[in-house]
Ligand binder design. Structure first.
Ligand code: ZN
Length: 426
């Protein structure tokens, strides 16, 4: 039955993919890249296999066409831009027509609804407002749903705590690391989950683990801390989100997903690889086989929440974040898992990679919890335990350095987890 559904979906998707190709052909960059694959018009796409001949789009293509070279609509039809600053070089600027904003808001509203958010909820938005898509994306979706929406943005943690108590917010949307920061700050003020009224957490913009979920739920008294996924280069938050059943992240209908291996070969459903997305129906900034660099696994089917379509597992990490240390593949999420399994440590950490002679080495700086820091005799044991746990997960010897509570930098956007000093001498 699911095979039949998938077949029908693919049939309908093909028609919509043709529309995307037609819209993208208004852009010289895409016309050229399609022509290279022998595609002169949308009608040349007769099957999914034809579509898969189209070269992928990369972040680099976005940069090279800065600022508005990939816009497929004249400026008079564009009502908003958002932008993201890459860690290297130029920003990427993305445009939206009024229909695009409507589509985005509807995708976020649907995702929130499936996550158990209703018009009776009070949604406190802690993502940054501005060029970053997080704040406005969540905001428009939450308003569309009909929920009372508080545009707090990030940065003023004490005000967040004040509003959580005084306005009795029931939903908190921010990065998972900021949610933890709110919880720790509240704890230092003598406040705990019983002082809040939170029910649902909408956390994204950085990869996080199941262990982190349990930690945040417990500390903030949430029923469900849910993962939301999105990229500014594609739309913003709401490209996919978990529902209250936590059966993976449901992909919003205006997107068609593919999973590629490192050589760019398409992998079957159920294999882990890089997520590649094509937008369906987006006007100002159509995405055509965009390489997200995020690693996940796809499935297709119906969920108890009523959703029917593609779902993906929580991001295993980013292609860029994978560190190769003495031949071993290391994801920051694996280190996070180890940290969360040790009592007395906080999930605030920084992974420092450097090279001594020809040998790479990895150091994990991790904060000790305020309660554990007083027991000096205990610290050595904590350090040793974490080193062993990491060794068990990675098969790699690392050095653990314990640091004071609240001493590592906090971020309102994506947390910086890795400092790779090896790239300096390249
Ligand atoms: Zn569901």
């Amino acid at each position: 039955m699911e095979d039949k559904m998938l077949e029908q979906t693919l049939e309908q998707t093909l028609t919509r993919l043709r529309e995307t190709v037609r819209q993208a052909m208004r852009v010289p960059h895409y016309r050229e890249s399609f022509a290279g694959a022998g595609i002169e018009s949308a009608e040349d796409i007769k099957s999914l296999a034809d579509f898969q001949m189209i070269p992928v789009t990369q972040k680099e293509d976005l940069r090279q066409n800065y600022p508005m070279g990939l816009f497929a609509e004249p400026l008079e039809n564009i009502v908003r831009i958002q932008a993201s600053s890459g860690t290297t070089g130029k920003m990427t600027v993305v445009g939206y027509t009024a229909n695009d904003i409507e589509m985005w808001s509807a995708a976020v509203a649907d995702a929130l609804r499936r996550g158990g958010v209703t018009p009776r909820d009070i949604v406190q938005v802690g993502y940054g407002y501005g060029l970053f898509t997080g704040g406005l994306g969540l905001h428009y979706g939450s308003e569309k749903l009909g929920a009372l929406t508080i545009p707090l943005s990030g940065g003023n943690t004490e005000r967040h705590i004040m509003f959580l108590r005084d306005l009795k917010s029931t939903v908190l949307a921010c990065t998972p690391s900021y949610a933890l920061h709110i919880a720790s700050t509240a704890a230092s003020m003598g406040l705990g989950p019983e002082d809040f009224h939170l029910r649902v957490g909408v956390f994204g913009a950085e990869p996080w683990t199941e262990a982190m979920r349990a930690e945040i739920q417990q500390r903030l008294g949430l029923e469900n801390a849910l993962d939301i996924y999105g990229l500014s280069e594609i739309m913003g938050p709401g490209v996919a989100m978990e529902c209250a059943h936590k059966n993976g992240l449901h992909l919003a209908p205006p997107f068609y997903p593919e999973i590629l291996d490192e050589k760019g070969i398409i992998l079957p459903l159920g294999s882990q690889g890089e997520l590649v997305l094509t937008s369906l129906g987006k006007e100002a900034f159509p995405s055509v086989r965009y390489r997200t660099k995020d690693l996940t696994t796809l499935s297709y089917g119906r969920c108890a929440c009523g959703f029917c379509g593609w779902s993906m597992t929580r991001m295993a990490g980013r292609v860029d974040d994978m560190l190769i240390i003495r031949g071993v593949n290391v994801f920051p999420s694996q280190i996070e898992e180890a940290i969360l399994s040790v009592e007395g440590l906080e999930p605030h950490y920084l992974i420092v990679v450097d090279r001594r002679g020809a040998l790479d080495y990895l150091e994990v700086h991790v904060e000790v919890s305020a309660e554990a820091v007083d027991a000096i005799s205990h610290l050595e044991e904590l350090q040793e335990t974490l080193q062993q746990r990491i060794y068990r997960i990675l098969g790699l010897g690392v050095r653990v350095r314990l640091v004071e509570p609240m001493s590592l930098p906090r971020s309102e956007g994506k947390a910086v987890r890795v400092k790779d000093l090896r790239t300096k001498d390249k």
